[in-house]
Design a protein around this ligand. Structure first.
Ligand SMILES: C[S@@+](CC[C@H](N)C(=O)[O-])C[C@H]1O[C@@H](n2cnc3c(N)ncnc32)[C@H](O)[C@@H]1O
Length: 385
């Protein structure tokens, strides 16, 4: 019989699910799959080097070739030639689901000359030290300076385009001093740079999540592209859109759905987890450093499961997380939502096509995303990531 309140309230799941295959094997016979997932190259695809790849949220967006909640995200003309992260578990998740290009390594001790030359460099450099819910120490920590690994790669290999991802608080921390420094360092390397301020629900996410995307284009190529056009301007998709069908699922018939943290009690403040989500609204931001304080389900008396968090981050159900709940939640919370990554990568693909036709962008609409003013009304106290 189904427990009245959903998953058992006070029982922690000690064992975690074992998966023999992930997204890429599930897509093996599918016509939508990206060739990289099959160990092949996208014919005429543009090469991509991925730094700080985590479990691969941004990378999956760049490849495309997946379905999320019945919608198809087409394969994009990119080839990821290498992806590096220091977290071995994240790399195992990456290699299980995306491709065998994932490698464990500390980017601060890798000489960029030992990395392959790619036309595009992508990387969500660690954000905890810039986040509104982190220690806010910025460059004072070694972690805050990790973007310098991307700068070193740019100096060595001069990629055409560089995409960096970070939290919005980077723009306001110390009056914007840290973001300014990063932009200055990028410009000094010979690039023109623009910052897109993207609110993920405008691109179909059922979660309040806003991220800064730093887009740099080598000076000889002209101006960078404008941000992707939002698709959901007049209404956003509430939390039920992503997870309502899981209300009666307590086992691994949907991957990672049996995995959750012991529930204590939902509280109503603090911005550090423990909130109860609300029906008809966007979910609270899925955080990487939530420890056991994952937000609560909107109608059941328990926290969100690993799969519900993955759904709210737009990972397909076939994308599996093979570790204990804490590691899985960290990987999921760290990720760029694949559908947001796909919107970003689609803009870059269009831009490359334009360059190849010999065209140039002559003016950008704005330095930040033009949708910023439209989105500000969405930004409530629930944005805590
Ligand atoms: C914000 S997450 C990136 C998430 C990723 N872009 C995605 O979409 O899934 C930052 C990543 O940087 C990694 N990292 C931190 N220090 C590192 C280092 N010194 N070398 C390589 N990776 C590092 C972390 O393990 C973490 O996965």
């Amino acid at each position: 019989m189904r427990p009245k309140t959903g998953l058992p309230k006070r029982k922690a799941l000690r064992n975690y699910p074992v998966f023999e295959c992930g997204l890429r094997e599930n897509l093996m016979n599918s016509s939508i799959a990206h060739p990289n997932m099959m160990g092949e190259q996208y014919h005429n695809g543009t090469s991509v080097m991925s730094m700080f790849c985590g479990c691969g949220g941004l990378d999956l967006g760049f490849l495309g070739g997946f379905r999320y909640l019945g919608e198809e995200y087409r394969a994009l003309p990119f080839n990821i030639i290498k992806a590096i992260d220091i977290d071995d578990r994240a790399i195992q998740t990456y290699n299980l689901n995306i491709s065998q290009h994932g490698e464990t390594g500390d980017l601060t001790s890798i000489d960029p000359r030992d990395l392959p030359k790619a036309r595009i460099l992508i990387g969500g450099f660690p954000c905890q030290d810039f986040s509104s819910s982190g220690p806010k120490v910025g460059f004072a920590s070694e972690r805050g300076q990790l973007y310098l690994s991307m700068i070193a790669y740019m100096r060595t290999h001069k990629p055409d385009i560089v995409i960096g991802e970070n939290v919005p608080h980077l723009a306001s921390l110390h009056g914007g001093k840290y973001l300014d420094q990063i932009l200055e360092d990028i410009k000094a390397t010979g690039y023109t740079v623009i910052v897109w301020d993207l609110f993920a629900p405008l691109y179909g996410l059922s979660q309040s999540r806003r991220r800064l995307i730093i887009v740099a284009v080598r000076n000889d190529l002209g101006l960078p592209p404008d941000a992707p056009q939002p698709k959901y301007l007049s209404k956003y998709l509430p939390i039920e859109h992503a997870i309502a069908d899981l209300v009666d699922v307590f086992d691994e018939s949907v991957t990672n759905q049996s995995q959750y943290f012991v529930a204590t009690r939902a509280t109503s403040g603090g911005g550090q987890g423990d909130h109860k989500n609300k029906r008809g609204e966007l979910a609270y931001c899925i955080r990487a450093n939530a420890k056991a304080r994952i937000q609560f389900h909107y109608s059941l008396d328990r926290r969100l499961t690993v799969r519900e968090c993955a759904r709210l981050q737009s990972f397909p159900d076939e994308f599996v997380f093979p570790f204990a709940a804490m590691s899985n939640m960290t990987q999921i919370g760290n990720a760029v939502p694949p559908i947001l990554g796909h919107a970003i990568a689609s803009s870059i693909a269009d831009y490359i096509e334009m360059l190849e036709r010999g065209e140039r962008i002559t003016s950008n609409k704005s330095v930040c995303n033009s949708s910023f003013e439209q989105i500000s009304f969405f930004l409530e106290s629930k944005e805590v990531g």
